[in-house]
Design a protein around this ligand. Structure first.
Ligand SMILES: [Zn+2]
Length: 241
């Protein structure tokens, strides 16, 4: 039985190593995703600036139309001046002309303001677009680096996987099945050491009698809390490790 557990320990070591590769590969992929997201966020902002500028340009046209209307009104009222008889009608026309002139003056100021806003939004969009282009270039470079790194990890991983598979051939199939199931269920950790009667998988205390049995090493035991397979190593080996 003592043989059995040492094979399981070795198997767990390989699986932990494999998991480490998986995590490293995932981290590398994540680096790219984070960068892609940062670029995508900026692209959205740039589009929003462009849309804002387009809307402002529309309001620019509306303001211009209002100014043209006022100019038309001035012409119209001026031509009517010749036809009016009373001073009251004359005054009313003058007032309308003054109002229209004021509208034109106000719209000129508004136009200037809106034009400045359009320029500001377009400048912001341009800046964001330039940033995106630069970051996209960096991302392309990084992508090829990341792919190379992943390729390297995969190669190393494959070598470990082969060793693992060879080792697994030494485990009785029913024991291996249980091990694989536990590995999946317990986040890649199926075989754990017991230190001072504490399971190093779930950190719960093992009952004294069971702890003694585990220390004897005659039989394979599971943690009563997390069901991981337990093994005991004398403390002196801890110092060597
Ligand atoms: Zn446990």
């Amino acid at each position: 039985m003592k043989e059995d557990i040492s094979v399981l320990i070795a198997l767990q070591e390989f699986d932990t190593e494999l998991l480490g590769f998986d995590q490293k590969i995932e981290e590398k992929k994540q680096e790219l995703i984070v960068r892609e997201q940062a670029i995508a966020d900026k692209e959205i902002l740039a589009v929003q600036c462009r849309e804002k500028a387009t809307k402002l340009e529309q309001s620019q046209r509306d303001i211009k139309a209002g100014s043209q209307d006022a100019a038309e009104r001035i012409k119209d009222r001026q031509s009517k001046m010749m036809q009016v008889q009373t001073s009251r009608e004359h005054q009313a026309l003058l007032k309308e002309i003054e109002d229209a002139k004021k509208t034109i003056k106000d719209t000129e100021e508004q136009l200037l303001q809106v034009m400045e806003q359009v320029e500001a939004e377009e400048a912001k969009a341009k800046e964001l677009e330039n940033l995106c282009a630069g970051e996209q270039k960096l991302l392309t470079e990084q992508t090829s680096k990341v792919n190379k790194a992943i390729e390297k990890f995969n190669k190393q991983r494959l070598a470990v996987q082969e060793k693992r598979n060879k080792m697994a051939q030494n485990v009785p199939s029913s024991r291996l099945k249980r091990y694989d199931k536990l590995l999946k269920k317990r986040e890649g950790l199926a075989v754990v050491r017991v230190i001072d009667a504490v399971c190093q998988g779930c950190f719960m205390t093992i009952p004294p009698q069971k702890y003694n049995d585990i220390r004897m090493g005659e039989q394979i035991f599971s943690c009563p809390t997390c069901q991981r397979t337990l093994y005991y190593l004398p403390e002196t080996e801890e110092a060597d490790a």
